[in-house]
Design a binder for this molecule. Structure first.
Ligand code: NI
Ligand code: MN
Length: 227
């Protein structure tokens, strides 16, 4: 079984086949995640969807300590390598890479991206993972987009991780439509509650998903589930 641990905002870790992939590390600046110590996080890969600080804040520190391979856009690779990070798989939208975890395909996300110091951060991306224990999709920060209809060509999703906080990304209603497009009924919600603009009503959100025949999973920060 795959395991997923939630570290707050849009940061989570998936363990599949003994390989640990960390996504969008933003922990030390997140008041809601103050009980998580980044020094305790072990990972083999770090996947970064785009350059905004709320997705990359702890990436250099964790990559440097763990020597994990960072999967990210080429421009983010250039920026992080100048800060001493050594191991990368620079990619771009449409590209696929196979390694010991299975494969990852970078897909379109409709959003913006620049790095914390103003450096160009490339186009934002989502990721489709195929692993021996199942397939999953992390959309990154994105609007609902017709491109999501392509995802069932590449994966039979066991679960998907989607932003649901509205304002900067999709909200609940569009995330339910996205779940239809990607043909997936088990959604882990991220990118909510961290800032005043994106606070949501958890029970109402779960009920809206349930009414559409889908499950919305909202994890406590630090919680691990099996999928
Ligand atoms: Ni963003
Ligand atoms: Mn964001």
């Amino acid at each position: 079984k795959m395991k997923l641990t939630y570290y707050g905002h849009a940061c989570f870790l998936v363990e599949s086949n003994g390989k640990r992939i960390l996504f969008d590390p933003f922990i030390t600046p997140n008041e809601l995640a103050k009980d998580i110590r980044i020094e305790d996080i072990a990972c083999d890969y770090i996947a970064i969807s785009h350059g905004h600080a709320d997705h990359i804040a702890d990436a250099v520190a964790i990559a440097t300590r763990t020597q994990a391979t960072v999967i990210c856009a080429f421009e983010i690779y250039e920026w992080m390598s100048k800060q001493g990070v050594a191991n990368f798989r620079p990619m771009n939208t449409g590209g696929k890479w196979s390694s010991d975890f299975g494969s990852v395909k970078c897909v379109v996300a409709q959003h913006s991206s620049c790095l914390p110091d103003g450096t160009y951060g490339a186009n934002p991306m989502g990721f489709v993972f195929n692993t021996a224990e199942g397939d999953f999709y992390y959309s990154g920060d994105t609007a609902l987009t017709m491109d999501m209809q392509l995802i069932p060509r590449w994966a039979k999703l066991k679960f998907a991780v989607l932003p649901i906080g509205d304002n900067f990304t999709m909200g609940i209603e569009d995330a339910i439509a996205a779940a239809d497009f990607i043909q997936c009924d088990k959604i882990i919600g991220v990118h909510y509650d961290t800032f005043g603009y994106i606070v949501i009503d958890h029970e109402a959100a779960k009920q809206q998903f349930a009414a559409a025949g889908k499950e919305l999973i909202l994890l406590n920060i630090g919680e691990t589930i099996e999928l």
